[in-house]
Design a protein around this ligand. Structure first.
Ligand SMILES: C[S@@+](CC[C@H](N)C(=O)[O-])C[C@H]1O[C@@H](n2cnc3c(N)ncnc32)[C@H](O)[C@@H]1O
Length: 272
């Protein structure tokens, strides 16, 4: 790890903030993805959610596959070289910098998450190619201005940035607050930048109708609380931006129309 890549990870290793008595989203998401970075409490809640909503593992895998397709398009086809991935999650296969730097080794990636378990594993995200950079910021998405200030040590905000919020706005219950976060982030980046979003839904046309009991169970037993949103609410996060084809889709089907839908929307939009 270079000094630059390490700059935000050394302050605290996060272990003193980890709670093993309550399930945490980053760890349960890791469990659904088949990872080992989780505790018994996470597996117990994760298994119960699977019982109530058997498609959850498919949602998690589809979300990661969407990440791969979206980042590949933005870096490989559009020429984006800077990515700000907020709500990173625990390291897994094909993390954002790995997808990006495979196509453009000079790509610069800033990861942000507020879960201490992600901080303790951040070293696995700080494995940049020598030509590029990866850094990690331990911060809450609600502090969007502070994220921009810290990310500016790594990213040049006069040049296009892909702002990624995958599976995270659903942990901010107030829809207007989500819009404010997205606005703050997108106001900080220049024309030609992109917003990449995924978000769970209860909308029936993508299979979300049976999802409410599992979300209620989650909210009674795990943290942070989750909120599903409609297609219209999801679309409202991209107000003022130009949606790339195919628009708002189930993330499994975004540029992969042969897939079955999952109740998680995905979209990519360009700042004009
Ligand atoms: C469902 S996981 C998604 C991980 C990754 N983006 C993906 O798509 O695979 C959501 C992540 O968002 C993080 N998160 C939730 N609320 C957050 C907040 N207010 N600020 C920063 N990170 C947050 C969680 O810790 C977790 O790692």
């Amino acid at each position: 790890m270079s000094a630059e890549n390490a700059q935000h990870a050394e302050a605290t290793n996060g272990t003193d903030r980890i709670r093993t008595d309550v399930a945490h989203n980053a760890r349960v998401w890791n469990f659904w993805l088949g990872g080992k970075d989780n505790y018994p409490v996470d597996r117990a809640v994760g298994e119960q959610v699977v019982e109530m909503f058997p498609g959850i593992g498919e949602v998690a895998r589809a979300d990661r596959a969407f990440l791969g397709r979206a980042v590949s398009h933005l870096v490989g086809d559009v020429g984006i070289r800077q990515l700000l991935d907020i709500g990173t999650g625990l390291p897994t296969g094909d993390n954002t910098h790995e997808v990006a730097q495979r196509l453009a080794p000079e790509a610069r990636v800033v990861y942000v998450d507020n879960d201490p378990i992600v901080l303790t594993h951040a070293h696995a995200l700080l494995t940049s190619s020598p030509e590029g950079v990866t850094t990690y910021i331990d911060e809450d998405a609600r502090n969007a201005r502070r994220i921009i200030e810290t990310a500016a040590e790594t990213l040049d905000f006069t040049r296009p940035v892909a702002v990624m919020l995958l599976g995270i706005l659903n942990f901010i219950p107030d829809t207007e607050e989500c819009r404010g976060i997205v606005r703050t982030l997108m106001d900080a980046v220049p024309s030609g930048s992109y917003l990449v979003l995924t978000h769970p839904t209860l909308d029936a046309d993508v299979g979300g109708a049976g999802n409410q009991p599992a979300m209620d169970f989650w909210n009674a037993n795990a943290t942070p609380p989750i909120t599903g949103r409609t297609r219209a609410e999801f679309l409202s996060f991209m107000e003022g931006l130009e949606l790339l084809e195919p628009g708002v889709e189930s993330c499994s089907r975004w540029r992969f129309p042969e897939a079955d839908p999952v109740p998680q929307f995905g979209a990519v939009a360009r700042k004009p």
